[in-house]
Design a protein around this ligand. Structure first.
Ligand SMILES: NC(=O)C1=CN([C@@H]2O[C@H](COP(=O)(O)OP(=O)(O)OC[C@H]3O[C@@H](n4cnc5c(N)ncnc54)[C@H](OP(=O)(O)O)[C@@H]3O)[C@@H](O)[C@H]2O)C=CC1
Ligand SMILES: CC(C)(CO)C(=O)C(=O)O
Length: 308
């Protein structure tokens, strides 16, 4: 199965690396020149649980010409439309497109480019970190849940699950993946923006009583809005999951802290708390916490002069 990884930052490199090691034909696509050059000249360096260096092909998306059997999308959410535009030439009527980005609402973007029976939506708890151009930190293990958004695509999706599992990606076909996507969005929605705004680790934020009140209010807003859109969500179970994650990842600065505070890069806020605020408005469900948090993150992006 010939696969492109569309967006080869930290996570794209992880999935590309694991597929490459499982003897799959895989090409990384990215637009960051220094990263492309580093991998083309010195190979993709893996550090962390194991050390390795592989000469995996990487190019800019507009340079790709071979038709893909599978495209795995791993851009940041705001880069998704641009990436889908740039890879039009490698997609034909049989190309499957798997989206594993964090956040909500990506299927609405992807449907503008890809027929529904070829779209797979999923969620992953694998992690990765880009240390320098061409070097990615891989620690610990993870899993993926995915589903074809059109039941007609299920048998083809099961073949993809099989291939990804040859690369030890721990993939499960999920007959109803949306609750898992929303649950992960709740994790990101309670930790990423808050820790970026407070400039603290997850453990520090969750140790604060006031912080916890904010966490519970955000979860409640996500659950109200998710349920109103037809997604089955159990507020207590999600709260337990978020609390458990806050302990496991307690010493971490979430990726939004890394993007905004450490690297002055744009955030995915519009696809996490911002997406819930927007859906809430359309459904007449009040989401004051999600609105406030989204505005505060955007204000910080303005203050740092990184928002156009
Ligand atoms: N990292 C993680 O552990 C996890 C991430 N996710 C999700 O996966 C998706 C991809 O995330 P992730 O792989 O972490 O994203 P990264 O930030 O590592 O990479 C995303 C893109 O950002 C650009 N980029 C990254 N760093 C730099 C830099 N220093 N300078 C210039 N450009 C840079 C590159 O895009 P370009 O080609 O435009 O230059 C790259 O393809 C997101 O939706 C994220 O929320 C999901 C689970 C875990
Ligand atoms: C660490 C964690 C779980 C916090 O939301 C994460 O997914 C991130 O940093 O983006």
């Amino acid at each position: 199965m010939f696969t492109y990884i569309a967006g080869s930052g930290a996570m794209g490199c992880r999935f590309g690396y694991q597929l490459y090691k499982a003897d799959q034909e895989v090409v990384l696509l990215d637009m960051w020149e220094d990263h492309i050059k580093a991998i083309q000249e010195n190979g993709l360096k893996i550090i962390g649980d194991q050390e390795d260096c592989v000469h995996i092909p990487i190019m800019r998306p507009e340079e790709a010409s071979r038709k893909a059997d599978l495209v795995i999308l791993f851009t940041k959410a705001m880069q998704l439309p641009d990436m889908l535009e740039k890879i039009r030439q490698v997609i034909d009527q049989d190309t499957k497109v798997l989206c594993l980005l964090n956040g909500l609402g990506h299927e609405d973007v992807i449907k503008k480019y890809i027929p529904e029976h070829n779209i797979l939506m999923g969620v992953t708890v694998w992690t990765a970190g880009l240390k320098t151009p061409g070097t990615v930190l891989l620690t610990s293990t993870g899993a993926v849940n995915l589903q074809s958004i059109d039941p007609k695509g299920e048998s083809e999706a099961l073949k993809i699950v099989e291939v990804l599992n040859k690369a030890h990606l721990n993939v499960t076909y999920d007959a109803d993946v949306l609750p898992s996507i929303w649950r992960k969005a709740c994790v990101n929605g309670t930790m990423n923006s808050t820790c970026a705004l407070e400039d603290c680790t997850i453990g520090e934020f969750f140790a604060s009583e006031a912080g916890l009140r904010i966490v519970h209010s955000i979860i409640h807003e996500f659950v109200m809005v998710g349920e109103a859109t037809g997604v089955k969500l159990d507020e207590q179970a999600i709260t337990d999951y978020v609390m458990h994650t806050s302990v496991v990842a307690g010493s971490h600065y979430p990726s939004m802290h890394q993007d905004l505070i450490q690297n002055h890069r744009l955030t995915e806020i519009d696809y996490i708390n911002g997406a819930v605020a927007k859906k809430g408005d359309l459904l007449n469900i009040p989401t004051p916490y999600c609105h406030m948090i989204t505005d505060l993150i955007h204000a910080k992006e303005d203050i740092l002069k990184i928002r156009k």
